[in-house]
Write a protein that binds this ligand. Sequence first.
Ligand code: NAP
Length: 373
Amino acid sequence: MVTNSAAWIDAPYAELVVRDSPYPVPGGGQVVIRVEAVAINPLDAIVQSNGKLMYGWLDYPVVLGEDVAGEVVEAGPGASRFALGDRVVGYAIGLEKGRNAVAEGGFQHYVILDEALAAPIPDEVQFSEAVVLPLAVSTAAAALFESSQLALDYSTLGASPSRSDFVIVWGGATSVGMNAIQLARAAGYRVITTASPRNHARMRELGAEAVFDYGASDVVASVVEKVAGSRVAGIVAIAVGSAEPSVAIAAATGARRVAQTSPSVSFYDQPRSGGLSRARAKLLARLIWTNVALQTRCAIRGIRARFVWGSAIAGGPVGAAIWTDYLPAAIARGQHILGPRPRVVGGSLEAVQEALNLMRTGVSAEKLVIELR
Ligand SMILES: NC(=O)c1ccc[n+]([C@@H]2O[C@H](COP(=O)([O-])OP(=O)(O)OC[C@H]3O[C@@H](n4cnc5c(N)ncnc54)[C@H](OP(=O)(O)O)[C@@H]3O)[C@@H](O)[C@H]2O)c1
């Protein structure tokens, strides 16, 4: 009998604990993956830091983790996209409402994926290289292409048609940003981005036409000047505090839509324990105030700034366009660069908690990855 184990979070705010977990049973259109590598996302740390303030539907204990890569070992009814033994990367979606927060949580040796949220990995690509993609590429796609967000045209995704419109990606060196730059380019849009100077060359390699330092006092003016005379199809605002300058750019360029992936305050700035501490009360007050101020500015200027959910692409046409139609060929041809680069920080599930703590201290243009052997 195959045994399984997971890095569990037993209660809101708790440290992860590794122990046995049930071997998962795939449903229709699902596959079981033997996980070879997982990556860490801010979402995992945010859920752990926030208790029930976010993802209040989670019924603890649960298994965190969205990014997995491994081999297909079982297929559920009607799942025919992959053969047993196929190497795949995929988005484990267990944290989302209505999903199975144990069987579909990524931090375990055997996990269930929707086959529609997975893509094959070529033999020459390591699991640790591919595993950086899932939540980041899904969120980038949701921001750019979902009709409630920037609603960009993805009908010719991958053919890189030539368009004159710009897309601005604020925070290009984030995991979401590196994928947003590439997806926008693959859909034919011209891209301007922001990043720390040490990452500017990388941003250009990914397809950005110009890069500006988000820390510079004149960054908003520089971006506005660069796109002067052209249409801006939309702005993707990534990283804490990115919505404010993005809305300022939208106001100055006539862009009507901002897709906001991050809040204006950091959810890490609070104790990892329950109750309404001073720090948490301050954080919530700042969160409400910044959001009201931002939405007021948007209303005055006729701009629509909406919060993005990466999971929005699941089960819809954008999800199929990315995971089935675009990524398999784009990864195989090296057309979609696997970014950010992985930093392998452990070789077992026991390393996941440490990796979450490390991520809270900040990473630059890299993804923390754990290989499971
Ligand atoms: N809503 C959703 O569904 C969803 C899904 C995934 C992620 N997110 C959110 O999106 C954000 C990015 O996540 P991620 O995993 O892509 O992050 P990440 O890879 O951990 O981001 C690290 C990068 O953030 C950049 N950065 C930090 N502050 C910045 C700022 N003020 N402006 C521009 N860039 C800044 C840094 O760039 P430099 O190194 O160049 O300084 C660094 O490389 C997080 O806030 C995360 O919570 C939301």
